[in-house]
Unconditional design. Structure first.
Lengths: 813, 552
């Protein structure tokens, strides 16, 4: 068959071959050597699966129709047969679907003899169109039943309702059901519907060998003939949906949509900035296993007031946009197990200088392109470990295409139309059922994340969001088509903002350079402040409320901060006069003056030592003395001088110059200096030591008894050690008695059990945990749970021996 | 960009630029659901709170309308998340309803089964529910009606109370608008009428009106509407007597129908005025005057100065949920932050009018606020510097340097009735001697107080020195000048109440003056700044002058 496809391909004109390669670009990676190689590749499982992934539900159903109508003999079918199978569908739709399949060479050959590429059967379900295998392949009894249509129909009609329900369910496909599940539909006590069906030959139990096809061991299969009979109303292929499902949408005013989206876009920017600032204030350590700790995320969300899901998303986006990056922890090892930490990057500073719309574009475009699925964060992975932010577990290569497709559905709607989410997902599932499998959560997340980032407003795609999605898609296609970017129009000067940015820019408030100052000391900036104004206000006032506008409050503390930063009271007055569009209230003027008056009233500094005297002329003399120039004396007050040098140095210099200073301590008391004689630490005299050894403690009564007791115990121990019987010692080494190890063990157990009853002393030989051999004289207390508990009279301790380690036991004579 | 007057902030504050041509229309649109937080001269701040949104929902506004109003007037794009949040919050109100079931009595009915399951599982509400009537309805013990509402509010599922009210013992009360005993005819002011109508339509709730705007008359009109026996709770005896005087003058009630229940007298009559103090007094750990609430079948309970309602009264109120309740106050700001309890136990805010509006309509006198800063003498500064921390405010506030300043202000307003208000008795005595004016303080007998107030009202005395007792509910309409020399640290509502003393409209529409004398560079200035914040937020800008300018 390979040759047939190869021959077929060989006979094609160049354009047709080119069209195939365009539809299935993976065939030329790398470029095949010849047509045969191309044909082989086109029939390979991987390539066929990829081609099928891109097909919509209807085309796949028609492919099932082709497989179903194949002649069992030569494996071919005809267009007519397929059109007939696709009952209830316009023939042109079926033909169009067939053309799509033929263009991809999943089906090939002339109209009258269509071949299906071999590996299609391998990558598709073994039950085409959800129908079982023909009865002939399953069981002879059933085959006989199916061969007689009238009897089959009669049997079917006589099925009890419960059995009929089972049949209907299997007829919808898949045609295989596990028995337990099918049996459960039967009523208790009554006959199991499945059993009835099997007995009447309508269902066939499939054995272990057949389970390889995908059916579990105790499963039943609905034969194809029965399935077709049950589907006689809707056609052999089941219910067909030749056109994409319609999407219901709520119409909204596009202006409101854009406005809500733009508002959210500003929020996203503000929150991202707040998050990155929070990270900057305290860099977040990376876990060794990758990602950020749950506690760190919680902290970030608490600081920024976001919920954890939003915080996780924005951290991911900021990381993808290059605003956050990881770096080595300086002086690693400061916190155990951490050597990488997340910090804002230099790119963050550049980003902050950009206009709002461009900042947003950077975030939104990064979100569209990032191969991460933030919705997974907080869930558990297959090993039941939580998935953390920035960890490898949240990496999903399919995430960008899931986002593009989902937003694509929204982009197809008219401006302002907010489609029903479930409808949109159903449409996505119809378009690429094979690829979309399991993607539904990602698609839902894409929608909620787009709403958080402001691409979507009131459920509809915003005008600028539409442009951004279009740009992203175009950029992808451009890169595919024109890898060197040679095509004119494709290039765009990097300085010129994109269309999306321009559209968003028109929606965002223009930066303002003035404020409204009010008597309650609030300063309102009626819009986003210009960077310069923002910086000024950040310094002289406390932020109180942020959003489209910002509200600051001037407090004594904030004014002091400004004064500390080098503003003079006049500068502040000028600042407010210049920036305020209204009269500066008197309260503010007074506040600034009040704080400024007190500011600097106290001066603080550090000095090495001071010099004070009530004699002012004396201090003046010192100050003028050139010999003391090295001390850099400074006059703090008429009676106080200060020097940056330490007290000792000043004293020496002063004394050298002939003055007589007296040092004083912290409380002001004069410190007297008298020569101190140096001494080594004290030692005990030899005589005293001698005396100490000579005095022996007197032997008092109790003490004496203690000594005796000690001696006796030592003696007993020594004797006991000497007396370990030969059998025990031998058992520890090699068997001397001629018993096998097992026999010796059994004997030992018997001895021990008797000893427990008699409370007799026993010599126990055993192997300890380290493999060392030992023997001990003990009095067994109990045996149980594989352990022997026994008292050692020498040490007065209770020992526990594992019975399997006991090698021998001999009663003490 | 619409260029509207409103800026919606992400922390749910709304900034309204009042010089904008659409500002008035915008205010009308957002007033039902947003609470006015500050109204300084240029930009008013409203806040979207769950309570405010639920209030709006209770008044029949829906989320769609709120979102539309925000979008319509907003100058900048409104964050999508905020709109979603508004809709979700409003949706929480009314999922649960307290209704009277024909056979099971008081029941909690849910329109959302999940919510009912959630609240019945809550530990905080354990024991308040009885048997389940059906999947969506559960019996509530009638005694727990108030506590349940409090608890549900805390859980974020405020219940709509449709269980109705008992009528109470009927008692004829009419407004005597035609004039009584030879007094001239009068009519209820438009906003008072509106306030009463909205309160009555809502069943129970709070009416917010500034001092001097005639809250007593709102109470009287509500009584005339209820035509039932009424319990009025007031802050102190003097305020109670004033209520009594007003009620006798402005309604069909006679002296015999109005009782006073205070430390001095224990009268229970169809209309009874009781003080918070007597109700919360305890003997041996038990509240001895609790029986008053059950003494009659009250049809209406009026709480004067709700923002001062002591905690025990909240507890009693929880048991009064079947009676109509009217709260009256100048401000819903409670220094203890129990606004939620006021909402759930007394009721939602039913009427609110900003001070400046009522002033603009001419119902309260415009006021001019001045802060006079005196510079302490060196000796006083030294005394202040060495004072113990807990004594510092007293030392700063009672500096003798203030005396000549006060005197010169009094001299400046020779033709006006002047109140001098202070917090420290010693200082008041000094002032009394210095100004040669009588003093009203805590220890002054009620009889003497009445005499002095009457003399002040009639103009016999032109200057009166009063202590903290004058903070509340004293009607001295002719007082045109108030001089505050010391206060209770930084209490914001005290400042508002004191300003209220001079805001009653004057016979000749004179300007009212409010002076506060503070010591420069001391803690006194800081406290003064804190107190004034509230008034500055209400749009009363202070002028600061130096004591030397006053003395000169």
């Amino acid at each position: 068959m390979t040759t047939t496809l190869a021959d077929h391909l060989r006979s094609l004109p160049d354009e047709a071959l080119g069209a195939l390669l365009q539809l299935r670009p993976d065939l030329v990676m790398p470029v095949p050597a010849d047509i045969s190689a191309l044909a082989v590749r086109a029939q390979s499982r991987v390539s066929v699966a990829r081609a099928l992934d891109a097909l919509d539900q209807f085309t796949l159903q028609i492919l099932d129709g082709v497989r179903l109508t194949r002649d069992p003999g030569d494996g071919t079918t005809s267009v007519e047969a397929v059109v007939a199978a696709a009952q209830g569908v316009d023939a042109t739709a079926t033909r169009a679907a067939l053309d799509r399949l033929r263009a991809r060479f999943l089906v090939y050959g002339p109209d009258s003899a269509l071949h299906v590429v071999a590996s299609v059967d391998e990558v598709c379900s073994p039950y085409p169109a959800g129908l079982g295998r023909p009865a002939a392949e399953l069981e002879s009894r059933t085959a006989a039943l199916c061969a007689d249509p009238a009897r089959l129909r009669r049997t079917l009609l006589s099925a009890p309702p419960a059995a009929r329900a089972v049949l209907d369910r299997l007829a919808e496909g898949p045609p295989v059901g596990t028995v337990s599940a099918a049996a459960r539909t039967g009523t208790d006590g009554g006959e199991s519907p499945v059993r009835w069906l099997v007995e009447n030959g309508l269902l066939v139990p499939i054995s272990d060998g057949e389970a390889a096809l995908g059916g579990p061991a105790d499963a039943v299969e609905l034969p194809r003939e029965v399935g077709l009979l049950l589907r006689r109303d809707c056609g052999p292929l089941g219910r067909l949906e030749p056109t994409a499902p319609a999407v219901a949408a709520v119409r909204r005013d596009p202006k409101s949509v854009d406005s809500a989206g733009a508002g959210q876009a500003m929020e996203a920017i503000r929150h991202t900035e707040a998050l990155v600032e929070a990270v900057a204030a305290e860099p977040v350590p990376m876990l060794r296993s990758g990602g950020l700790g749950v506690r760190d995320l919680r902290r970030l969300s608490r600081i920024t007031g976001l919920d954890e899901r939003t915080a996780a998303l924005l951290v991911e986006v900021a990381y993808a946009a290059g605003l956050l990056g990881e770096t080595e922890v300086p002086g690693a090892g400061s916190r155990a197990g951490v050597d990488q930490q997340v910090m804002p990057t230099g790119g963050y500073d550049l980003w902050r200088m950009l206009p709002l719309a461009q900042r947003w574009e950077q975030l939104a475009a990064s979100w569209l392109a990032m191969t991460r699925q933030p919705g997974l964060i907080g869930q558990r992975d297959e090993r039941d470990r939580p998935i953390s932010v920035l960890s490898a577990e949240a990496e999903r290569a399919g995430a960008p295409s899931a986002r593009r497709e989902t937003l694509g559905v929204l982009a197809e709607q008219e401006p302002g139309a907010a489609p029903d989410v479930d409808d949109a997902l159903r449409l996505l599932a119809w378009r690429a059922p094979r690829r979309g499998k399991g993607r539904e959560p990602a698609q839902r997340e894409a929608l909620s994340e787009a709403a958080l980032l402001g691409l979507i407003g009131l459920g509809a795609l915003t005008a600028y969001g539409r442009l951004l999605v279009a740009e992203a898609t175009a950029a992808r296609e451009l890169a595919d088509d024109d890898p060197l970017g040679l095509r004119p129009g494709g290039e765009q000067s990097p300085n010129e903002p994109s269309a999306a940015v321009q559209a968003l820019d028109a929606l965002l408030p223009a930066p303002v350079d003035h404020v409204l100052v009010q008597a309650d000391l609030t300063v309102v900036v009626p819009g986003p402040p210009e960077p310069e104004l923002g910086a000024e206000l950040e310094l002289v006032a406390e932020p109180e409320s942020a959003g489209g506008a910002s509200v600051y409050r001037v407090t004594a503390t904030s004014v002091r901060r400004a004064l500390d930063a080098g503003y003079a009271a006049d500068d502040l007055h000028t600042l407010f006069r210049r920036r305020s569009r209204t009269d500066v209230p008197q309260a503010l003027t007074y506040l600034i003056d009040d704080v400024a008056r007190k500011h600097g009233g106290l001066r603080a500094g550090s000095a090495g030592a001071y010099l004070r005297s009530d004699d002012e002329p004396l201090l003046a003399e010192l100050l003028a003395d050139r010999r003391l120039g090295l001390l850099s004396l400074r006059r703090l007050a008429p009676t106080v001088l200060a020097t940056p040098y330490q007290l000792g140095r000043m004293l020496d210099a002063l004394r050298e110059a002939g003055y007589a200073p007296v040092p004083e301590d912290a409380t002001g008391a004069a410190m007297l200096t008298r020569g101190r004689t140096r001494r080594a630490p004290a030692r005990v005299s030899a005589a005293a030591r001698m005396a100490a050894t000579l005095t022996t403690p007197r032997l008092t009564g109790p003490r004496l008894l203690g000594v005796v007791e000690q001696i006796r115990r030592g003696d007993a121990a020594a004797r006991a050690a000497r007396r370990a019987p030969v059998t025990v010692r031998a058992a520890n080494g090699h068997t001397a008695t001629g018993l096998t190890a097992a026999q010796a063990h059994t004997q030992a157990l018997a001895v021990l059990q008797q000893a427990v009853r008699d409370r007799a002393l026993v010599w126990v030989g055993y192997v300890d945990a380290h493999g060392a051999i030992a023997s001990r004289l003990v009095r067994p207390v109990s045996i149980g749970g594989g352990y022997l508990r026994a008292e050692d009279e020498r040490t007065e301790m209770l020992h526990t021996f594992a019975l399997h380690r006991v090698t021998a036991a001999v009663l003490d004579e | 960009m619409s260029g509207g007057p409103l800026i919606v902030q992400s922390d749910k504050t709304l900034l309204l630029e009042i010089d904008h041509p659409d500002a008035q229309a915008c205010r009308m649109a957002i007033a039902p659901f947003a609470e006015l937080e500050r109204s300084p001269e240029h930009v008013h701040t409203y806040r979207l709170t769950p309570l405010g949104l639920w209030n709006a929902r209770a008044a029949g506004h829906d989320a769609e309308g709120v979102v539309d109003a925000l979008l319509k007037y907003s100058r900048y794009p409104v964050p999508h998340a905020l709109l979603v949040d508004v809709a979700e919050t409003m949706d929480r109100y009314g999922r649960l309803q307290l209704v009277n079931h024909p056979t099971h009595g008081l029941v909690l009915h849910a329109f959302d089964r999940v919510v009912l399951v959630e609240v019945t599982k809550s530990k905080k509400l354990a024991g308040m529910f009885g048997a389940r009537v059906d999947d969506d309805t559960i019996v509530v013990h009638p005694s727990e009606r108030g506590r349940l509402k409090q608890g549900l509010l805390k859980l974020g599922w405020p219940a709509e109370d449709l269980a109705g009210y008992v009528d109470g013992e009927a008692h004829p009360i009419e407004l005597a608008e035609a004039g009584k005993d030879g007094r001239p005819a009068w009519t209820l002011r438009s906003y008072q009428r509106e306030a009463v109508e909205q309160f009555w339509a809502g069943g129970s709730g709070v009416v917010v009106l500034p001092c001097g705007a005639g809250k007593t008359m709102v109470g009287a009109a509500a009584m005339a509407e209820a035509k039932a026996t009424t319990l009025i709770l007031v802050t102190n005896t003097v305020a109670g007597r004033q209520w009594k005087r007003e009620l006798i003058a402005r309604t069909s009630l006679t002296e015999e129908e109005v009782g006073e229940y205070s430390g001095e007298r224990k009268e229970i009559r169809p209309v009874t005025i009781a003080t918070y103090q007597v109700l919360t007094s305890r003997r041996g750990g038990a509240f001895t005057h609790l029986d008053l609430f059950g003494a009659r079948d009250w049809g209406l309970v009026i709480y004067d100065e709700v923002h001062l309602l002591p905690a025990p009264i909240f507890r009693f109120t929880a048991d009064l949920q079947a009676r109509r309740r009217l709260g009256l106050t100048a401000t819903l700001v409670r220094e203890d932050g129990r606004e939620g309890d006021v909402f759930s136990l007394i009721g939602p805010k039913r009427y609110d009018a900003p001070w400046k509006d009522i002033e603009a309509q001419g119902w309260i006198a415009p006021a001019d606020c001045t802060e006079v800063r005196v510079t302490l003498t060196d000796a006083e500064r030294m005394a202040y510097a060495t004072a113990e921390p807990e004594e510092r405010y007293r030392v700063a506030a009672t500096a003798r340097t203030k005396l000549p300043v006060v005197k010169s202000i009094v001299a400046k307003h020779r033709d006006d009735q002047v109140l001098v208000i202070g917090g420290y008795i010693d200082q008041l005595h000094e002032l009394g001697e210095y100004l040669d004016a009588p003093i009203v303080q805590g220890s002054t007998t009620n009889k003497e107080r009445e005499r002095l107030f009457d003399a002040f009202r009639s103009g016999e005395i032109s200057t009166l020195v009063i202590s903290k007792v004058g903070n509340f509910s004293i009607d001295l309409p002719e007082a045109a000048v108030a001089i505050q020399v010391s206060g209770t640290f930084g209490s914001r509502q005290e400042e508002a109440q004191r300003l209220g003393r001079v805001l009653r409209p004057k016979a000749d529409g004179r300007q009212a003056h409010f002076y506060t004398v503070v010591s420069r560079d001391t803690i006194d200035t800081e406290y003064a700044a804190h107190r004034q914040r509230f008034l500055a937020e209400q749009g009363y800008a202070y002028t600061i002058v130096d004591a030397d300018d006053v003395l000169a």
